[in-house]
Ligand binder design. Structure first.
Ligand code: NAD
Length: 488
């Protein structure tokens, strides 16, 4: 692999080391080797980044000059597109994700999808008039303006870091905001590499995008969420941290947009194709199960339970995994030692809780190095148990038996989460009917994909507040101003 990529922060238009001069190690989870050192942004760097973003919003034309934004953001998309093959191995090295995913959502498609946000600059109704209205004896016409929120603090996790950074930068910038991006400590390059491209290959003005990587998980992020100069926090990550951010945002009444965890159910109705269901079930292992919207509970009907379990066991025994740089693998290691220990601990507790482990159930000992866990299939899982209720974020499927469609819907909705789900049936209408009863932000019916730059994505319940992507996602980054004018 080529040498370590850009590892400096981007603050007020300059690629810079941390003021403290400190760095932190970026570790490849497949080899446990340090692949590079990254500038370790501290509280003082975050303060400087917020000041730069505030100034760029208040004192430049970025928020008002849509034509310029379009040109500058087009430069960014084109440059990201040109550099895809340079970025690819570094993303795999720090995330441990299978390289095949970088040809899709982990890199290539999110760059393509950013074009959608740029095109919104032309499609958005930035101002419109309402009909004349009489209020307290006075006739007025009203004009509504859509304006950027201001300074956006974007905080992202490690599982799909490049995509999530782009998914926040795209609409936030196109809408006219300035941004301070804080990536996860495990995946700093997925942000700092974007910083270098912005600084060197675009006309995006100094201060419009600031990137503060930090080896500390929370302290530097807490500065961002508490600072009164920041108008909005756009967060993707765990529900626990999301709650903390919501509470912290309340102190300065920030707009808080949250994309959080999930424990999504895949309902296989009793007339469904079980071979397809088993292959779909096995696909939860993609990226080691480290996806928020992965359907990690499979609900099988009592009448076909044994048949379904047998097919699933066959599929789980064949999951191709190992070296993430091997195009044939759908799963590499887990992201770090802590995640590895957490997943193995949940597997052990699931066994103790009485769930039956049919495939896997421990570390993948064929690898000398790396945080590899075996693809793991649990059946006869109690819907109230930890395995059925809590996010594992590992390659672990929990199979739950149900009696009839109503029971399946009840079990699927028996979750504090509400992110995604799936339903399969020989009858599209029947599957759609069940899908409409599921309390989640997205549902796949008979394998249909809900993901797209124009598809609103987000969670009900403790899976989040607000939507990413689509018009709804773009509007998250806008304020609404109504101006009253005397009617003639
Ligand atoms: P995490 O919540 O631990 O961390 C996410 C980010 O928040 C990191 O950048 C972290 O440094 C930062 N952070 C942590 N504490 C903070 C604090 N007190 N103040 C400010 N920032 C803080 O999540 P993770 O372990 O990086 O990622 C996995 C989680 O992300 C899973 O729960 C997964 O479901 C969720 N996720 C959700 C979506 C979605 O769109 N709904 C997408 C991807 C991941």
């Amino acid at each position: 692999m080529s040498e370590a990529p850009e590892s400096r922060l981007l603050i007020d238009g300059k690629l810079t080391d941390a003021q403290s001069g400190k760095t932190f190690a970026n570790v490849n989870p497949a080899t446990e080797e340090v692949v590079g050192q990254v500038a370790d942004g501290g509280v003082e760097d975050m303060d400087a980044a917020i000041a730069a973003a505030r100034r760029a919003f208040d004192e430049t034309d970025w928020s008002t000059d849509r034509a310029f934004r379009k040109t500058a953001l087009q430069q960014l998309v084109d440059a990201l597109d040109r550099h895809k093959d340079d970025l690819r191995p570094h993303i795999v090295a720090e995330v441990g994700c299978p390289i095949m995913l970088t040809y899709a959502v982990q890199l290539d498609s999110c760059v393509t999808d950013m074009q959608w946000d740029i095109d919104m600059l032309d499609r958005m109704e930035w101002e419109y008039d309402l009909p004349v209205h009489e209020f307290m004896g006075m006739r007025s016409s009203r004009r509504v303006f859509r304006e950027p929120v201001g300074v956006v603090g974007a905080i992202t996790p490690w599982n799909f870091p490049f995509m999530l950074n782009v998914s926040k930068l795209g609409p936030a910038l196109a809408a006219g905001n300035t941004v301070v991006l804080k990536p996860a400590p495990d995946t700093p390059w997925s942000a700092t590499m974007i910083g270098k491209i912005i600084a060197e290959e675009t006309d995006i003005p100094a201060g419009v995008v600031n990137i503060v990587a930090s080896g500390d998980k929370a302290a530097v992020g807490e500065v961002l969420t508490g600072d009164p100069r920041v108008d909005m926090i756009s967060f993707t990550g765990s529900t626990g941290v999301g709650k903390r951010i919501m509470a912290r945002g309340a102190e300065t009444v920030k707009k808080v947009f949250l994309e959080l965890g999930g424990k999504s159910a895949n309902i296989i109705l009793d007339d469904a194709d079980l071979d397809g269901a088993a292959m779909g079930g096995m696909m939860i292992c993609i990226h080691g199960g480290q996806g928020c919207a992965i359907t990690t509970r499979m609900l099988l009907p009592e009448s076909r339970y044994d048949e379904g379990v047998e097919k699933l066991a066959g599929a789980f025994s064949m999951v191709p995994y190992g070296d993430p740089m091997d195009m044939s693998n759908i799963m590499g290691p887990l992201v770090n030692a802590a995640q590895y220990e957490k997943v193995l601990g949940m597997i052990e507790r699931a066994k103790a809780d009485g769930a039956k482990c049919l495939v896997g159930g421990g570390p993948a000992e064929q690898f000398d190095k790396g945080y590899f866990v075996q693809p793991t299939l649990f059946v006869d899982v109690d819907p109230e148990s930890e395995l059925a209720q809590d996010e594992v974020f590992g390659p672990v499927l929990a199979v739950i038996k149900y009696k009839d469609d109503d029971d399946a819907v009840r079990i699927a909705n028996n979750s504090r989460y509400g992110l995604s789900g799936a339903v399969s049936s020989a009858s599209l209408d029947r599957a759609l009917g069940v899908a409409k009863r599921i309390r989640t932000g997205t549902v796949s019916v008979n394998g249909g994909g809900w993901f797209g730059p124009d598809s609103p994505f987000g969670g009900y319940k403790e899976s989040g507040v607000g939507r990413e992507h689509g018009v709804a996602g773009f509007e998250e980054y806008l304020e609404t101003k109504t101006v009253g004018l005397p009617a003639d």
